[in-house]
Design a protein around this ligand. Sequence first.
Ligand SMILES: *[C@@H]1O[C@H](CO)[C@@H](O)[C@H](O)[C@H]1NC(C)=O
Length: 192
Amino acid sequence: MHFITLILGTVLLNQAYSLECHCSQGSVCTNSKIECPSGQSCSSERHVSYSDGSKMSDVNLKGCALPERCVNRSMNLGVVQTLISSSCCTTKLCNSANAPEPVQSQRNGKSCFSCVGQTCTSSLACTGNQEFCYSASVTVDGQPIPVRGCVPKEMCQGHSSCCEGDLCNSASSTSAGLLLLMAPLLSLGLLS
Ligand SMILES: *[C@@H]1O[C@H](CO)[C@@H](O)[C@H](O)[C@H]1NC(C)=O
C-alpha cells in the first residue's frame, strides 16, 4: 500500500514539476521544445544591443528560467548597451509570444567609468538595475582592450570583475565571464 502511494506520489510530483516550454537554441532544445527543471518557468527574452545610439542586434530567446532571471535588465559598457526584456509564465508551452521591445530605464544615481579606446576616464550614468560597476580586459588580435561600465548583479555572480560604489571600477581586472559578455560584440565585429 505504501509502495503504491509512493508511486502515485512520484507520478503526481512529476506531473506537477515538469513544465514543457518553447526554446530557441541549445543542445537540450529539441524540436523547439524543452522540459524545464523543477522550480523554473518558461521564459521569453528579447536582447537588444545598441552602439552609438543605433540598434546593432535584436534577438529573441526562449527557454527555461529561474525566477530571479525573469526581470527586465540591462548593461552599459559604453561602446555597447544591451537592454533585455523578460517575461515568464508557468503553464505548458505558454512562452510562444516574443517578449516586448525593451525600453531604457531611468538613471539610478550611480555612475561607473567607461572606456573610449584605451582611455577609461569617462563617467557613465547607470540606469535601472545597473547596481554594479564592471572592469575587465579582452584581448583581440593580441591587443588588450579595456572594458568598463554599468552592469546588473546577475552579471557579477562568480566574477571578481565587479565592484559596488560610484566610479569604483578604475582598476583593471580580467574575467572568465568576459568572453560570454563580449561574444555579441565579437560576433558583430565591433571589436575586430
Ligand atoms: C519589462 O519591460 C516591458 C517593456 O519592454 C514592460 O512592458 C514591462 O512592464 C516590464 N516589466 C517589468 C516587470 O517592469
